[in-house]
Ligand binder design. Structure first.
Ligand SMILES: [Zn+2]
Length: 353
């Protein structure tokens, strides 16, 4: 057997093979079998083993489409190393349009799990042993929650040099140097010494074309950086990434009906009004104001809010705000879905609007 063949479950994938395998999970209550579909692309030459996972939260869909597009890349024929793509980790949540498992557990708080535990513990255990422990690098794809959208951003532990290198290559204007949450996949990767990026973009149960495009491109950029794919002769966007070490949430000062006044990506200054909360008759109004300059990297789209609810997520930077904002604008222009009536229609790659 060639040195870099990889065995997942009962299957061994040899150099030069592309294979879809099914990892068995606990059956549904109907007795129907449930499997986690894993696509493995084993390159002809050895190299890193990268897992790309989506829908660990079952209602987070952008990553599923990111993986579909990634697997269509012809350049995967020239892959060094192995790509392990898992479009739907939380199969049960996905079937129910739910973030959670049927028992209400959050898979991303259930690692390392166990083979004899609850449904969440078992999936976590399978994923950890069959995927994570066989990888050298990882990318975990997420979105905001329901009615909440995130500007494309990375969460990463930048104290790890390899993570820093991957994050820099990915090409998003917002990188948050963030601590690792208990029981998360990211924590497990950290313990196993596997550098991992968490990509957060868009909203649950929605497709967002810009988030999807930036995700596909970001993964390819990382694969080039770690020498899984050939480098482009010219690097188009090799600006130093901007890192935010401090983000804050603006919360509702009062319950009521919110009129949000700023889009995702807006640059707000101290004292700017981001939204107004009123009672339904409009007799009393409360302003939501920025206490500090920043970029809006997350916001609610639900106009009905309760006192204390998180409304706007702001990232703060040490770098000059003009620099941050110009990078952000360039990013948005780069990935904005164009409406070009003359472009030939390609149903596999047509922008989702
Ligand atoms: Zn998530």
């Amino acid at each position: 057997m060639a040195s870099h063949a990889i065995t997942i479950g009962d299957f061994t994938i040899k150099p030069g093979e592309h294979r879809t395998i099914e990892l068995p999970l606990a059956a549904m209550v109907t007795h129907n079998d449930v499997e986690m579909t894993v696509h493995v692309v084993c390159g002809k030459k050895p190299g890193p083993v990268l897992f790309v996972a989506a829908a660990i939260h079952g209602d987070e869909l952008n990553g599923v489409e990111v993986i579909r597009r990634l697997l269509q890349q012809k350049q995967l024929n020239r892959l060094n190393g192995t790509l392990i793509a898992i479009p739907i980790v939380n199969v049960y949540g996905f079937l129910n349009n739910s973030r959670y498992l049927p028992d209400g557990r959050d898979l991303n708080r259930s690692f390392p799990g166990s083979s004899k535990g609850s449904l969440a513990a078992r999936i976590a255990h399978t994923f950890l042993n069959e995927i994570v422990r066989k990888s050298t690098h990882g990318i975990d794809l997420h979105t905001g929650a329901r009615h909440r959208a995130n500007l494309p951003q990375l969460r990463a532990d930048l104290s790890n040099e390899e993570v820093q290198r991957m994050a820099g290559a990915f090409d998003v204007p917002v990188i948050i140097d963030s601590k690792i949450r208990d029981g998360s996949l990211r924590e497990m990767c950290d313990e196993a010494g596997i550098p991992v990026l968490l990509y957060e973009a868009g909203e649950a149960l929605r497709f967002d074309e810009l988030s999807i495009r930036a995700g596909v491109r970001g993964i390819i950029n990382v694969m080039r950086e770690i020498n899984m794919l050939p480098h482009k002769r010219h690097r188009l966007h090799n600006k130093k990434p901007l890192i935010s070490r401090n983000t804050t949430w603006l919360r509702a000062p009062h319950s009521g009906v919110l009129r949000a006044l700023v889009p995702l990506g807006a640059h707000v200054k101290t004292g700017d009004v981001l939204g107004i909360i009123a009672d339904p008759l409009g007799t009393s109004e409360y302003r939501v104001t920025a206490e500090e300059e920043g970029i809006v990297i997350g916001r609610t789209y639900m106009p009905l809010v309760h006192e204390g609810e998180a409304l706007f997520h702001l990232a703060h930077y040490e770098a000059k705000s003009e620099k941050v904002y110009s990078q952000l604008e360039a990013f948005q222009e780069r990935y904005e879905p164009e409406l070009n009536p003359d472009a030939p229609f390609d149903p596999h790659n047509a922008p989702i609007l």
